[in-house]
Write a protein of this length. Structure first.
Length: 291
């Protein structure tokens, strides 16, 4: 399995309430970042924004969720969603919101190739570590729709960048990779059985592009992990119905709901808690295995 990368250490001088959301305080050994919520953090290939918990003391290390918006979305629009404030406070994490190029993401099979988004996320993670004290072992990539598809591709081609992956309503596009170069990840996928925008069975987009079936996407990892190639068939009337497979080092989980093309912050929170639990289990097992 990929080495679990080390994510956000807290900044030093605590600022109260709203002020802390707008500026990051200085901490020993670093100057204060000049970006956050109102001002984007600019890197060579793009930009991102970051929100921290309101009650954060500015010293204790933070984990972070890097959330990729859907098609025609933006980091600025996501910041207006109060769910991200609640999530940051509830989980005591930083929420990092990257900006897609022209409201979309570029990956193998995608309709657009506007920028090298693999390089963009390499730059983003490096910049996070430079600007902010971060815990790289608590860095989760999540995304919705085409952002979810980008998350699948990051897990496949840049698996070392994040500790875990939580895509919602997005998977590989055709051609589905025969195999992924990255080790099997901790991946927590959520999808609606009535999704018509990104159906579970996939669909063509014009004459040139095609969304894959989610089962085919999952099978890439199942085969690599030596797990049964299976996929859940139904969803409960309420909540999520989940299929979980484990290798001892990685987790592949697919959860279905009976709705359409939708996103709930609770699903991201659930994935974060599951990842934290699974990483802890890995550490405990590693300690037991150490002679």
């Amino acid at each position: 399995m990929a080495q679990r990368p080390p994510l956000l250490r807290r900044m030093a001088a605590a600022l109260p309430g709203l002020a802390l959301l707008l500026l990051f305080p200085a901490w020993p050994g670093n100057g204060a970042p000049s970006c956050g919520v109102k001002t984007p953090c600019r890197i060579a290939s793009g930009e991102y924004r970051i929100r921290v918990p309101e009650e954060w003391n500015g010293r204790t290390p933070l984990g972070a969720i890097v959330f990729l918006h859907g098609w025609r979305g933006s980091a600025r629009a996501e910041l207006r969603n109060p769910a991200w404030v609640q999530l940051a406070n509830q989980l005591n994490v930083a929420v990092v919101l990257p900006e897609g190029k022209d409201g979309t993401w570029s990956y193998p099979g995608a309709p657009d190739a506007l920028r090298d988004d693999f390089a963009f996320f390499e730059d983003l993670v490096s910049d996070l570590a430079r600007r902010f004290p971060i815990r790289r072992d608590r860095l989760m990539a999540a995304g919705f729709s085409i952002g979810g598809s980008m998350v699948w591709n990051l897990a496949c081609y840049r698996g070392e960048l994040f500790s875990g992956y939580a895509p919602v309503a997005g998977a590989f596009w055709e051609p589905v990779p025969e195999s992924c170069p990255s080790p099997v990840p901790d991946l927590y996928h959520v999808h609606g059985t009535e999704d018509r925008t990104v159906p579970l069975l996939g669909r063509p987009i014009g004459e040139r592009w095609h969304q894959s079936t989610v089962a085919d996407s999952l099978a890439v990892w199942q085969r690599k992990a030596g797990l049964a190639v299976i996929f859940p068939k139904t969803a409960p009337a309420e909540g999520l119905g989940c299929q979980r497979q484990e290798t001892g080092e990685a987790v592949l989980e697919v959860c279905l709901h009976a709705g359409g093309h939708s996103l709930r912050a609770a699903w991201i929170a659930r994935a974060w808690r599951a990842l934290a639990h699974d990483l802890q289990q890995d550490r405990q097992q590693g300690a037991q295995d150490t002679p």
